[in-house]
Design a protein around this ligand. Structure first.
Ligand code: CDP
Length: 217
């Protein structure tokens, strides 16, 4: 059977990860969080004390083909790493490196039934021919509230107003960058994730059942 590809795009803290995990578990697909790859790369850059605008050193890092773990550690979720991640995600050579990694991961896992991949440009650039493309919408304030709670629950110190500001800044950077900006991909379905997760699940289940029915015919 053909490998199923479902993409989920959306702004910071819109709940892409929770939706992706839910879909992966229910339909036995593998989840790939592309943000982790960007964050792991940012962490390497941070550790080497390289600034986001030092293109010479950044290119040297990419040339060395750094291994990027898919482990979601506490370090990569810090605000420092989040801010650096969006700053380095503007560069075409960095995006191309990470896009290649994503396609390799999908290719080498040929035993998987399919993948659900989340990020900012997955349906618009990386997997344009996906079987189903979702775009998650949540208001800025709800996203900031959720991210604030997430940080507090994980034991980090956090201030709501600061989180809201950081989310707005990252959204601006992600939407306005020249290469692969955050857009609603052509042919995608809008998932409204402001309310309860049960509401969100209903929207998703309806869409996935219809594509799976179509694929098995
Ligand atoms: O979890 P959250 O939505 O806050 O972010 P993430 O998915 O972990 O991504 C962190 C940052 O990586 C984003 O703000 C983007 O700048 C960048 N990113 C990207 O440009 N393209 C992707 N496919 C995934 C992440």
């Amino acid at each position: 059977m053909k490998k199923i590809i479902i993409t989920i795009d959306g702004p910071a803290a819109s709940g892409k990860e929770k939706i992706a995990k839910y879909i992966a578990k229910k339909w036995k697909l593998k989840h790939l969080d592309s943000g982790i790859l960007y964050r792991q790369l940012a962490l390497i850059i941070l550790k080497k004390k390289i600034k986001y605008d030092n293109l010479f050193e950044l290119r040297k890092i990419i040339k060395s083909k750094p291994k990027l773990s898919l482990r979601k550690t506490k370090k990569i979720r810090s605000q420092e790493v989040s801010a650096l991640t969006s700053s380095i995600a503007v560069y075409k050579f960095i995006r191309e490196y990470i896009n290649r990694k994503q396609r390799q991961i999908v290719k080498i896992n040929s035993n998987q039934r399919g993948f659900v991949i989340d990020g900012r440009d997955i349906g618009s650039v990386v997997f344009k021919k996906a079987d189903l493309k979702l775009f998650v919408y949540v208001s800025e304030k709800n996203r900031a509230k959720r991210r604030y709670k997430q940080l507090i629950d994980s034991g980090e110190k956090s201030i709501y107003q600061k989180i809201l500001k950081e989310i707005k800044l990252r959204d601006r950077q992600d939407k306005n960058r020249k290469h692969s900006p955050l857009v609603i991909p052509k042919g995608s379905h809008l998932i409204e994730n402001n309310g309860s997760f049960n509401d969100t699940k209903k929207q998703i289940n309806y869409l996935i059942r219809s594509i799976l029915d179509g694929l098995s015919k």
